[in-house]
Design a binder for this molecule. Sequence first.
Ligand code: FAD
Ligand code: NAP
Length: 304
Amino acid sequence: MYDTLIIGSGPAGMTAALYAARSNLKVAVLEQGAPGGQMNNTSDIENYPGFDVISGPELSMKMFEPLEKLGVENLYGIVTAIEDRGDYKIVKTSDESYQAKTVIIATGAKHRQIGVAGEEDYSSRGVSYCAVCDGAFFRGQNLLVVGGGDSAVEEGLFLTRFADSVTIIHRRDELRAQKVLQERAFANDKVSFIWDSVVTEIKGDSNKVTSVDVKNVKNGQISNHEFGGVFVYVGLDPVSDYVKNLGITDEAGWIITDEQMQTACPGIFAVGDVRQKDLRQITTAVGDGATAGIQAYQYIAAHS
Ligand code: FAD
Ligand code: NAP
């Protein structure tokens, strides 16, 4: 029986583990991959206090290393269900079952697809959702980035390190991204924009993407543009399917908590991007994690 079982080791989960372990709780983190979460797919982080700039994988390791020293146990597995048995909770993976007095859900969010013809067919053959992972394979190419948020603009800028040109296609005529990123993109000679337009089909030969059909949403005109790769950044969906039975999410699947990160099930907390909130950032994930780590301790103290 763990005091606190944390699901997911992104910045929210790792910070929850830090605070819970420093409260002397018996803590484990259950993760399906490498520690770091979405930070592992991020090139340069420029808005985490204390660092001018730090790479996502490096910040991940800096958050992970102290946990080992504090005796946090690392478990591997994909969580498929949580059962609330009142005083304790059962967390299930496909082949294991764990018991804990408190559970902190920190499974974050995953990239959304645009859902057009060719997207699935050319996935890993020119369609990518991770510039950090795949950018270097597109040296000297003309690339298309889909989306108008922070991810599209920031990762589009990152791709200019490899590509000859980067075109950002956005469905409106105004970006959602932070102003500082917008200004950087507008000033970059390699970056251009297709406004008020959406991708309708990704085309290619037997090996790779060669072009993209684009529709102008204002006049309905369709045109074809040659690109060697398409990077999709059209937002995120919560990773929360496995808690549907608990009734703790809103309609879109974001988990609802109070300010103490407590969900509608006492002893089950949720933190980070998976939570219903306005600002999904590393700083806010870390803040949520700290709150939940302490709240888990207080919940156990009150119930023992
Ligand atoms: P995540 O980082 O998503 O971590 C969730 C973890 O849970 C993952 O490790 C995942 O493997 C694990 N998991 C999921 N499901 C399961 C399961 N069923 N079982 C076990 N484990 C599971 N924010 C900034 O502040 N600055 C930036 O510069 C910045 N750049 C970004 C660039 C990109 C391209 C993207 C996509 C996001 C960026 N963000 C940035 C946002 C930031 O990365 C997130 O807000 C933050 O990572 C959220 O942390 P989290 O711990 O809540 O979730
Ligand atoms: P996002 O902010 O939700 O932006 C998604 C973008 O994709 C929006 O511009 C949206 O258009 C567009 N879009 C959505 N569905 C579409 C579709 N079907 N077809 C075409 N376009 C579509 O997502 P994000 O940029 O991935 O960012 C996610 C979170 O991570 C945010 O909280 C963000 O702040 C954070 N993040 C932070 C940084 C940073 O701080 N440097 C970097 C990356 C990400 P509309 O604008 O019209 O809605």
